[in-house]
Design a protein. Structure first.
Length: 276
């Protein structure tokens, strides 16, 4: 009797699973998985992690012949649904908002999907929960900027007054980045304007006696803008075999670093060499 009951229960479970698969809109499912993949990439995940997560999530729902291609600005997925339909979706990525806290929760979500295969409604609900989590407050960013800019200014040979001045510049950098990022998604233009303004502010503070060494103050402010995560991910992508993506990330990060340097250099040139 017990054996028969267990067989009936397993049979009902299989029937329920097959009915759920039959009712699943795999086009919408792929769209939801791409939403997760996009946010992982935007949050700072390396390409190999995104590709592996997409393959595992699609495979968890019984999809076959899954092909995933990811670069920093594009995600392409082709798969065969359990009903035999071939699905292809492409996602263009134009944002960049590094957030390791969000990335950690997105990783947990992808593992949950692979283990539990929730319904499409449950998947979207979980995803919305991750995206609506409270992120770092603006005040936390300002406090971090104070310690980063001030600390590096002193570390590279500046006086305590230089550290204080660099901390003030760091606050201005964060404020400008937040203000400009809401209006313009051009990362190069935004960082050029911010670095130029930071350079002018550094020179102005020294001119009024708030700081001694302009170069040390600028070094501290620069550290807030340096694309360290992009460079790290570029190396990781190349080491895992994604040479095209790694080189693309490396070129983007070096170009961004050059733009930041040009912004500070222009501020020095326009003030007649205020670094002296």
């Amino acid at each position: 009797m017990i054996e028969r009951a267990s067989k009936e229960k397993a049979s009902k479970g299989q029937e329920a699973g097959s009915m759920e698969n039959a009712e699943m809109n795999y086009s919408r499912l792929l769209q939801a998985i791409l939403d997760i993949a996009e946010e992982m990439l935007v949050a700072g995940a390396e390409v190999s992690r995104v590709e592996d997560s997409v393959e595992r999530m699609c495979g968890a729902y019984g999809c076959d012949r899954i092909n995933v291609f990811v670069i920093t600005s594009n995600i392409q997925v082709t798969m065969e649904a359990p009903d035999g339909e071939i699905l292809t979706q492409i996602r263009r990525i134009i944002r960049n908002d590094v957030n390791f806290d969000r990335l950690d929760y997105l990783n947990d979500l992808s593992r949950y999907i692979c283990a539990e295969t929730p319904s499409l409604a449950q998947l979207n609900e979980k995803f919305d929960g991750v995206m609506n989590r409270k992120i770092y407050s603006v005040w936390m960013k300002y406090v971090s900027a104070i310690f980063i800019a001030g600390g590096f200014a002193v570390f590279f040979g500046g006086q305590l007054l230089d550290g204080a001045a660099s901390a003030l510049v760091g606050i201005a950098v964060i404020w400008l980045l937040n203000a400009l990022s809401k209006r313009d998604h051009n990362l190069l233009a935004t960082n050029f304007v911010v670095s130029f303004a930071a350079g002018l502010l550094s020179i102005t503070l020294v001119h009024f006696g708030i700081g001694i060494h302009v170069d040390k103050i600028m070094i501290g402010a620069i550290m807030i803008q340096i694309p360290g995560i992009a460079m790290t991910n570029a190396v990781r992508d190349m080491l895992t075999g994604d040479l095209a993506t790694g080189l693309l990330r490396l070129v983007n990060s070096l170009l961004l670093a050059a733009v930041i340097a040009c912004g500070f250099a222009l501020s020095i040139l326009l003030t007649g060499g205020g670094i002296l």
